[in-house]
Design a protein around this ligand. Structure first.
Ligand SMILES: [Zn+2]
Length: 180
């Protein structure tokens, strides 16, 4: 995975770019949750679920289908998220799916079960610039961590900031209905 705190770059960039009226605070919070929740599957290691299992790390919870389920749950609670159902669904599903897609850009670990439950195949992107983060905190702190953070700044946060800036400019210069 990119580290736990880099996945929220996606919802944060979208929220910054699209503005508060399009992405209210609660919807943003739901998007952040959706962007990190797939990695809860590491709990499986404790129960002896092997890495390659459909329910192992980077398995079912990293699939597009799982992201769509998260989106559907968000749609149910759309009023609480202060938005419309379609927007809640699209935003949260996109943030959830971004997790597996970002993971597939990392240069280590196992591939991602993007197409689960239709296929257990583990996928990697053809180009994988992101330094994979060690799963253990101690190994992360032991020097590899800085390398990982530098790579995430370059390949996750910088592109996210560029997307946010482009969306912002588009919003300011177009007839976007809800300027905020
Ligand atoms: Zn992950």
């Amino acid at each position: 995975m990119p580290t736990f705190f880099s996945h929220p770059a996606v919802p944060l960039a979208l929220a910054a770019g699209l503005g508060r009226r399009a992405v209210p605070g609660r919807l943003l919070a739901a998007g952040i949750a959706a962007s990190v929740v797939p990695d809860l599957d590491v709990i499986g290691f404790r129960f002896g679920i092997p890495y390659g299992d459909p329910f192992g790390h980077r398995g079912a919870t990293h699939s597009i289908a799982f992201a769509l389920v998260l989106g559907a749950i968000a749609a149910i609670f759309a009023t609480r998220l202060r938005t419309r159902r379609a927007i809640a669904f699209a935003f949260v599903a996109f943030c959830g799916a971004s997790h597996g897609l970002l993971d597939s850009l990392t240069n280590g670990g196992s591939g991602i079960a993007l197409l689960w439950p239709f296929s257990d195949e583990r996928w990697f992107a053809p180009w994988r610039p992101i330094e994979v983060s060690p799963l253990s905190i101690t190994r992360f702190m032991s020097g590899r961590g800085l390398e990982v953070l530098a790579s995430e700044l370059a390949w996750v946060w910088l592109p996210a900031a560029i997307v946010a800036a482009l969306l912002y400019l588009l919003r300011r210069t177009s007839t976007w209905p809800d300027r905020s």
